[in-house]
Design a binder for this molecule. Sequence first.
Ligand code: ZN
Length: 364
Amino acid sequence: MGGCQFTGEVKEAQPPIRVGLIADVQYADIPDSHSPYGTVRSYRDALNKVGFAVKDWAAQSCALAVDLGDTIDRRAGAEADLASRTVLSNFKGFAPVFHIMGNHELSALPAPHPQLLDTAGGCAAVGHLDIDCGPGGYCCDIHVGPGWKVLILDTYDVAVKRNAAEARALRTRLLREAQQEGIRAAYLTEHEEMNGAIGEQQMGWLRGRLGMARESMQRMVVLSHAPLQPEATYYGDAACWNCHEVSDLLDSFQDVVALVVTGHDHIGGEAVSKGGIHHRVLEAAMEGAKGEPTHAFLELCPGNPGLRLVGRGAVRHWKPADLSVGETEEEAKKGEEKGAGDKKDDEKDDKKDHKKDDEKDDKK
Ligand SMILES: [Zn+2]
């Protein structure tokens, strides 16, 4: 394993701090289906994806891993609880793993679900890590090593499945404000269980944690299920209801926040915020090629920018020096045959051709 030299900065060859990532595992014991844009969704192969990930995270000596949410698929129906126990047991080859609550968990499982709470909600008990649990128990700030923190946000803090009246009132207010400002806000109009918001208390906690990180000159990677930039999503609809408010707060700590990584929008995407922070949506595990890994890990090193994202299978690499779309491992191997950017554009066009509006409702 290489040392901390990937950003071109000359650093002592110390190993980077590694943090495993996987998004949208969506396990269910149901047959494959297709996404609206033509990819195969393999709900059962999701268990293999978890198997590949935990082995790799262990081999890379990751300090921890974060499952970005939607660990089960709501189509598991009455079997959702069994599906949850099955997929969580497949994560046992690596620890600690923090499981973020996604919309599928909220829709399919009785809330709050204790097994998913265990790692995020019971985070104070996670061994060697210095963790501050935020309000509600589904968000936390983790000191992962010298100079680096990973902060997990709960983008379903205010959600129809948790507090229906409050959620609907907030959604209505945000939609009215967006309409007044002429902002296209598909993330507020899609079916109400798909997205949610970060509440006032969590916003206050986030502000406090960002301030403390600044004071102690630590940098931070922010993780959540729902994206915080609608521009990073394929249809512009799979984002946190108050994404602009949250993103603006992060932008005011642009010296602290090095990267935002989320799940929820399966194709994977990216955008740069007004303040220059890179937002990355990780490719969904259950839409990766069958029998192939689909996960990632972060490498964190001293200095600025001091980080990169290493993708496996369909998950594209990313590093700050190259803000364009990265290559997957497969594309890197194919090399010069065709430019990776061209290829990605072609793939996007293909996906657009497959888009069917009447299937949009079923896409997350
Ligand atoms: Zn989701």
